[in-house]
Design a protein around this ligand. Structure first.
Ligand code: IZC
Ligand code: ZN
Length: 414
């Protein structure tokens, strides 16, 4: 199986398998009139002009890249994609200015999704999730991180992580699994949160690590959810059991979550809408990737976004993600996120594409194999109906995908 994509108007390679920041984020390593050569599941050559012809064989599939922008397959490094049900009934509450945290405290929000997810069978959960992965793929996403956290007891958390495993094996999208038992305190522990945290540390993390159900541990460090000290304890426990660290930090209020991420040298700090100056410095000093979720900032109607410009200028590597979840960001499309990153956070198209490819790969520890169009990397490629990169971000609200190639196979638009 070989594929040649030739005469590409705008080949965005995002070359470089390292965390990009500052001026590096503004350079997407674009090649005009470019080509990409794919053999089996790998990229074997990248260049420009006519020399692609050397690679032509009888059975080569040739794709014409005229009028197209070609990027690495998009990487979505923060999702809660495994869940059951939906939360549109919260929409009138939101419009009446009931906050996300108030809805949660009243037993709605995350807890209502927990109720639905606990009672569904694993087979049904797989099928509900598969549909969302199909939408992601059709919008150009080829790898996602997927967090548990709608189970909140060992059995249901394991069910969600098993769904990750089943879909990683049966769906074209690659899935990186994160355990997020500390997503909310479940109803049955409302009066006894210490006991729940003990369960996470002494039962859930050891079990999940032993059964290799997750690669990362995450927690919701937020006013009214888990305190910074509780999160420190949970993350340190995760580390002791061989998990890498992520943290939902300073999404709504500044609780020094970014500072904690720096101090414990987490792989990522995520959300960061309310991160302080000290928090941003802690991320830069400790090489923590900031995963920003501007579709969530928009959807929560916070009237503000994470300070992407200050972060990039301070030397923080910024990645972008959908946060795909039924409450605060019901979207599967990283193309939507491009819109909010540009028009909400003033990120440039080159920065946006680096943030959704190479930096996103760094956020899930996959930068050696995905995140750029380079010789030796996995043949994960998105082909957009867009004559240049600016046009892709400028023309919003549509699906610009022409084709998606995953592991060297055309999986969308064949
Ligand atoms: O279901 O609301 N922020 N967790 C933290 C979420 C959003 C998911 C949800
Ligand atoms: Zn999240």
């Amino acid at each position: 199986m070989s594929i040649i994509i030739k005469n590409i108007d705008c080949l965005v390679t995002c070359e470089g398998s390292y965390k990009k920041s500052r001026e590096h984020m503004k350079d997407a390593k674009i090649i005009e009139n470019g080509y990409v050569i794919i053999e089996e599941d790998k990229i074997i050559a990248v260049g420009s002009g006519e020399s692609y012809k050397e690679y032509l064989k009888d059975n080569t599939t040739v794709i014409d890249g005229r009028g197209k922008t070609v990027t690495p397959g998009l990487v979505d490094p923060h999702t809660h994609v495994v869940y059951s049900g939906s939360r549109e009934r919260e929409l009138p509450l939101k419009l009446n200015r009931v906050s996300y945290i108030e809805i949660l405290k009243a037993g709605g929000g995350i807890l209502s999704t927990v109720e639905n997810t606990r009672k569904v069978s694993i087979e049904d959960l797989v099928e509900e999730t598969r549909k969302r992965l199909d939408i992601m793929l059709s919008h150009g996403t080829t790898t996602v991180e997927s967090k548990s956290g709608y189970g909140l007891d060992l059995e249901s958390e394991v069910k969600i992580l098993e769904v990750n495993k089943i879909l990683n094996e049966s769906h074209p999208i690659d899935i990186v699994s994160t355990f997020m038992g500390a997503h909310a305190v479940p109803k049955e522990y409302k009066e006894n949160r210490q006991e729940f945290i003990k369960k996470i540390n002494e039962e859930m993390i050891p079990y999940i690590s032993e059964h290799q159900l997750a690669e990362f541990v995450d927690c919701f460090c937020e006013e009214g959810v888990f305190t910074t000290e509780e999160c420190r304890e949970i993350l340190e426990t995760g580390r002791t059991h061989g998990l890498k660290l992520k943290i939902h930090a300073d999404e709504v209020e500044s609780v020094k979550g970014a500072e904690l991420a720096g101090e414990i040298k987490a792989t990522t700090a995520e959300h960061l809408i309310a991160a302080s100056d000290e928090g941003i410095k802690a991320l830069a000093d400790n090489d923590v990737v900031a995963v920003l979720l501007p579709s969530t900032a928009f959807y929560l109607m916070l009237g503000k976004y994470a300070r992407a410009r200050d972060m990039i200028d301070s030397g923080v590597s910024v990645a972008l993600a959908t946060d795909c979840n039924p409450g605060s960001s019901p979207t599967e499309s990283l193309q939507n996120v491009m819109t909010f990153a540009c028009f909400g956070m003033r990120m440039f198209p080159e920065e946006i594409i680096n943030a959704m490819t190479v930096n996103a790969a760094c956020a899930i520890n996959r930068e050696k194999t995905i995140g750029s169009i380079e010789v030796g990397k996995k043949a994960d490629v998105a082909i957009f109906n867009s004559k240049n990169l600016n046009y892709l971000v400028y023309h919003f609200g549509i699906n610009s995908i022409d084709k998606v190639i995953k592991n060297g196979k055309i999986v969308v638009g064949n």
